[in-house]
Ligand binder design. Structure first.
Ligand code: AMP
Length: 508
């Protein structure tokens, strides 16, 4: 069993009582005050007679009360369900229907009147009132071991969202790995807190920061949406650690201020959630030549990330697509063809993850759980739906989503492979390859959505030049027949390129 999250947090909080734990655009909370608030809310929760281990939904953005609520829920023995402000109503309804939470903590207004559920809601004013009366709280029944720590609902781009049930030890072994020698995170570091709490990537900064005496520099959603405000704020945050998607880093690189010159203390980049491309990694190395860049990989179902590697200039030079790393301790990575494990190094198949990071399953959904979760010699395992290969030394390469593999004129084509090839053109900044289906559901051709390095009024001329530039760099059958130019790509709520949305729009 791992150390307990609350026990470690309380030790760190008393060792660092006057240090800033949370900084939301200048509104700061010390470790001492955070500890007090967690105890006060946990004491109040414990008096509410909630059914043992029942989940508590926490609704909000990046306020410190989100963290207070997560930790208080854990201390009072309940898993929490983070739901971001602005989530679509059908998504919220589906979460309420599936999870049937015992309580809703509305850090931001909860649209209760538009939703059907029975749980009482603690609104912001009530929460403020509870927190205004500090109370000590000691317990021996905080969430621990195999008990659920949180239930995180997937983005649900296909079908309704599924609630991934993550245990205390799933979470704690992940955080212990993030804070181990595998990564370059020092005590008392300043972490950029951008990914929303309803995206599991947020777990890569908030708890690691709080268990290492660091400070979370939270970026609320409205600041991220306002480039002017965000780019003014960033250089003043004295950041040491960036945790985010490559798409978010691409966005930040639109500003010249996002560079070592102006942000000299930023020494660690932790990526996860989507492919870190050679283009992004190269550009970032140029901006921050002395920083360490890590690529990590994993689905929500296996607790944020299960593999990682430092992306050095040598690795960038020697790979078309960057590797996603070696397994975290306690995890085994394997490659499968259906129900059969592939043991030949370098042979492509489905990535299967087994070990102590594998979540319990999908909440109240035994059918979907049985489809993806299974056991290998008694050890919990998860079929990722990702294609990949393993090198002889255990280095994992991600080759794209298996459902992004299509058949085009008899060839098996991986959409990510096409994108990587397109991005080899010096004229292309970023690309997404999208299949165009006919009525019979067959792919007729590929469309390339392209953000060019330089915009042009003569799109036909630009397409001709791009085609020429790609000669010898892309297999002819992979070359899209249609090119569509864009200034930017749509993003999902989690800050990834919304590829599924682009496919749907191209086939409307
Ligand atoms: P999520 O559950 O939203 O975190 O999404 C997990 C999926 O994101 C994985 O199954 C992969 O398809 C993709 N993903 C995560 N990390 C990486 C990475 N480093 N490189 C490529 N794809 C990734």
């Amino acid at each position: 069993m791992s150390k307990n999250i609350i026990t470690v947090f309380e030790q760190v909080a008393s060792d660092n009582a006057t240090r800033i734990a949370y900084d939301e655009m200048g509104k700061t909370t010390s470790y001492g005050d955070l500890h007090k608030a967690v105890d006060t809310l946990a004491a109040w929760l414990s008096r509410q007679d909630l059914p043992a281990h029942s989940p508590i939904l926490v609704h909000g953005d990046h306020q410190v009360e989100m963290i207070v609520s997560f930790l208080a829920a854990l201390k009072a023995g309940h898993p929490y369900i983070p739901v971001s402000t602005g989530s679509a109503l059908p998504r919220m309804q589906s979460i309420l229907d599936t999870a049937n939470p015992a309580l809703v903590i509305a850090v931001d207004d909860f649209p209760a009147a538009k939703l059907k559920f029975t749980a009482p809601v603690v609104n912001h004013a009530q929460l403020a009132e509870i927190l205004a009366n500090p109370q000590p709280f000691t317990t021996t029944t905080m969430v621990n071991g195999d008990e659920l720590a949180y239930v995180l609902f997937t983005s649900g781009t296909t079908g309704s969202p599924k609630g991934v049930e993550v245990s205390h030890d799933n979470f704690m072994t992940f955080v212990e790995w993030v804070l181990s020698d595998a990564f370059n995170i020092k005590e008392h570091a300043n972490f950029l807190g951008q990914p929303p709490y309803s995206f599991d990537l947020s777990n890569m900064y908030w708890l690691p920061a709080l268990l290492s005496g660091g400070t979370i520099k939270a970026l609320p959603h409205n600041v991220v949406e306002n480039f002017g405000q965000m780019f003014t704020a960033l250089p003043n945050l004295d950041l040491n650690v960036f945790v985010g998607t490559p798409s978010f880093a691409d966005m930040l690189m639109l500003s010249p201020a996002f560079s070592e010159k102006q942000m000299a203390a930023l020494k660690t980049f932790m990526f996860c959630g989507e492919e870190l491309t050679v283009k992004t990694a190269t550009a970032l190395h140029q901006r921050f030549p002395h920083a360490k860049i890590y690529n990590t990989y994993g689905p929500t179902e296996t607790t944020v990330a299960v593999s990682g590697i430092e992306i050095t200039p040598t690795i960038i030079e020697n790979n078309d697509r960057l590797p996603v790393g070696y397994a975290k301790p306690g995890v085994t990575l394997s490659i499968w063809d259906g129900d059969k494990q592939i043991t030949t190094p370098g042979k492509q198949g489905e990535i299967v993850i087994s070990g102590d990071s594998v979540a319990h399953g999908y909440m109240n959904n035994p059918v979907k759980t049985a489809k993806s979760f299974f056991k290998i010699a008694g050890v919990p395992a998860y079929r990722t739906g990702d294609a990949g290969t393993l090198d002889e030394d255990g280095l994992l390469h991600h080759k794209g989503r298996m459902d992004f593999q299509i058949k085009l004129h008899g060839f098996r084509v991986e959409l990510d492979e096409v994108r990587v090839s397109l991005e080899k053109s010096p004229l292309i900044k970023q690309a997404v390859a999208v299949p165009k289906y006919n009525q019979a559901g067959k792919v007729t051709h590929l469309i390339a959505y392209v953000i060019p390095n330089e915009a042009s009024d003569d799109e036909a001329g630009l397409t001709k030049k791009i085609r020429e530039s790609l000669q010898g760099l892309i297999m002819p059958y992979m070359l899209p027949t249609q090119f569509i130019y864009r200034d930017s790509f749509p993003m999902s709520a989690n800050g990834k390129i919304a590829v599924k949305q682009m496919i749907a729009e191209a086939n409307k």
